[in-house]
Design a protein around this ligand. Structure first.
Ligand code: ATR
Length: 276
């Protein structure tokens, strides 16, 4: 039977995943299709049962169902258990549906080679920050600092990780020269949101890496500011593509082309895509 994959979410029409996966399926000669499915907020359980019943080969899960889907799956992998959120569901050979989280590792893969001794500053302590922080710890990065507007939430995350410390945004800004990698996970800079910077970059270390998980616009105010310091900047498109590539490899057993996909999306979305 032809395989089929899906992404469920609400809203879902603007998701870039169908196009990304369809392109990869063609490139890798996999006889399958990938479709977006809009799920009503109170119909998640029925939707999951239907996907199982119809033999879906695997699916992605996006906002707002990443946490809520967990009780409806047969098993949850460690990558998703610690974070409490699933973004990829894989059908096993014995027809079980297992939840994974590829967001954090996808983000790390998008950064390229990192040294384990790097000091990493994570700005934000919400769901996205948790996913990235847990994945970083699992990959052996232990010099983690979480900075958040509500510092208590950063403290809770640092304690949960048993690695790293919590600071205020102000302290992060004033001690920025300590950090090799800065990871921006708040919605600041996202289209239609506050365009201010979470922290100023005056004390940015030479050769630091500044990564923003936001990809609409492609050049966020933070990335724009970081470029003035001639450091390496990475936007959220890398995370989107690399989390998708991991899901693709779990489903199909082969690794798709990530660099080509990032370039395809940049070409298609234009310099600063907003109106989608
Ligand atoms: P997500 O799942 O996308 O991470 P979230 O769980 O709602 O979203 O978390 C949003 C994060 O962005 C939080 O760390 C939040 O800070 P608070 O814990 O203080 O709310 C941060 N955030 C949102 N708006 C912000 C703003 N205007 N300035 C600074 N931080 C902000």
């Amino acid at each position: 039977m032809k395989k089929w994959f899906a992404v469920i979410g609400n809203p879902i029409s603007h998701s870039l995943s169908p196009e990304m996966h369809e392109t990869w399926l063609k490139q890798m000669n996999v006889d399958a299709t990938y479709i977006p499915i809009h799920v009503e907020l109170d119909h998640l359980e029925q939707a999951v049962e239907s996907l199982k019943l119809l033999g879906c080969s695997g699916w992605n899960v996006t906002v707002p169902f990443k946490e809520a889907i967990i009780p409806y799956l047969d098993e949850v992998d460690d990558s998703a258990k610690g974070i409490g959120a699933v973004n990829t569901v894989v059908k096993t050979l014995d027809n079980k549906y297992v939840g994974y989280n590829t967001d954090g590792l996808g983000f790390i893969n998008s950064l390229g080679r990192l040294l384990p001794e790097y000091n990493i500053l994570i700005i934000g302590a919400g769901g996205a920050a948790r996913g990235i922080a847990h994945a970083l710890k699992k990959q052996g990065f232990t010099h983690l600092t979480i900075a958040n507007r509500t510092v208590e939430k950063a403290r809770v995350l640092a304690e949960e990780l048993k690695a790293g410390q919590a600071v205020t945004l102000e302290v992060a800004e004033n001690t920025l020269s300590k950090f090799d990698v800065i990871v921006q996970t708040t919605p600041l800079g996202m289209k239609n949101s506050d365009a201010s910077l979470p922290i100023q970059l005056h004390q940015l270390k030479e050769n630091a890496i500044v990564a923003d998980i936001v990809y609409n616009p492609l050049v966020t105010p933070l990335i724009e500011e970081a470029k003035k310091y001639n450091v390496r900047t990475i936007n959220g498109l890398g995370m989107l593509v690399h989390q998708g590539a991991l899901a693709f490899s779990y489903w199909n057993g082969v690794n798709p082309d990530t660099d080509g996909m990032i370039q395809q999306l940049i070409d298609q979305l234009g310099g600063n895509y907003v109106n989608r």
